[in-house]
Write a protein that binds this ligand. Structure first.
Ligand SMILES: [Zn+2]
Ligand SMILES: [Zn+2]
Ligand SMILES: [Zn+2]
Ligand SMILES: [Zn+2]
Ligand SMILES: [Zn+2]
Ligand SMILES: [Zn+2]
Length: 288
């Protein structure tokens, strides 16, 4: 260890503990316990001065060991964080600096293992939300996709991910790639619309019959003009909870309206409107 910069100490370093910088940690050089930093002593040993012994007293160099007593003196001196130049204002006992600098200094550098970029610790959480190499879950995880994708490749994955749900998933249970969904969804919606349209026609027909049977016994209930469509006669106004769209129906009712025209055409061809003869009615359905 090459010692510590003298200017990092905010308290005065005692003269015997200064070599080129501060001898921190202080390494004993000779029997007289002159101390230097590890870096200075290494230079002496490796250079031509090795034979001349301790730079202070010329006694033979000892096997190196740190003076724990003198280290404790330096540990207690006030010291600035090594990242002060980057903006850290931490200053406390020198003995606590290493734990601060390696553990909780906002200005230490953290390497992102995904993109290998270095970021200040204080900026790292933001990086974790932006790094294009960072692994993220597929947006279809809840649908069953367990693939982990790099953030930058989410769009590419999603288009080929086989777990994209059909817009009518509640009814058709289909999930597949975006490309196949384009084809499926159009056909799926057409089919559902026709099924729903047939169901609506069937329901209206039974309401009409119900109203007809009531009106013959209860003439005070309004029966007025209806309108004629491709399906034949269907009610203009229906009141009564049991025949309104329920919450569960709302999806299908939306779908129904979207594809109404095409489905009606199809249905009219399939079933040539047996209801047509019952057209001139407005049906008011009342809860019993
Ligand atoms: Zn030194
Ligand atoms: Zn000495
Ligand atoms: Zn710091
Ligand atoms: Zn990164
Ligand atoms: Zn996926
Ligand atoms: Zn579908």
């Amino acid at each position: 260890m090459p010692g510590a910069p003298l200017e990092s100490f905010l308290d005065a370093v005692p003269e015997p503990l200064i070599c080129a910088e501060a001898a921190y940690p202080p390494v004993i050089a000779c029997d007289a316990e002159h101390v230097f930093c590890d870096g200075c002593l290494k230079q002496v040993r490796d250079g031509e001065g090795a034979a001349q012994g301790c730079p202070t007293c010329r006694q033979p160099l000892q096997e190196q060991r740190v003076s724990m007593v003198l280290k404790r003196v330096l540990d207690g001196l006030k010291f600035k964080c090594r990242y002060g130049g980057s903006g850290c204002e931490w200053a406390a006992a020198a003995g606590e600096e290493e734990a601060h600098a390696k553990g909780d200094c906002d200005f230490r550098l953290i390497r992102c293992e995904h993109c290998n970029g270095d970021r200040l610790a204080k900026d790292f959480p933001r990086h974790a939300h932006m790094c294009a190499e960072w692994p993220v879950d597929c947006s279809n995880k809840a649908n069953g996709c367990v693939t982990s994708i790099k953030r930058g490749q989410v769009d590419a994955h999603t288009s080929v991910c086989p777990y994209n749900k059909c817009i009518n998933y509640d009814q058709c249970n289909t999930s597949t790639t975006k490309e196949l969904l384009l084809v499926h969804e159009a056909a799926c919606t057409r089919l559902l619309t026709r099924l729903r349209e047939a169901e609506t026609a069937r329901r209206n027909d039974s309401i009409t019959r119900y109203r007809s049977s009531i009106s013959s016994k209860a003439p005070e209930v309004a029966v007025g003009g209806g309108r004629e469509g491709p399906l034949g006669c269907y009610p203009r106004r229906i009141t009564g909870g049991s025949h309104s769209p329920t919450r569960d129906d709302s999806n299908l009712w939306g779908t129904l309206q979207l594809g109404m025209a095409g489905a009606k055409r199809g249905l009219a061809e399939d079933s040539p409107s047996p209801q047509k003869k019952r057209c001139k009615e407005e049906v008011v359905f009342l809860d019993d």
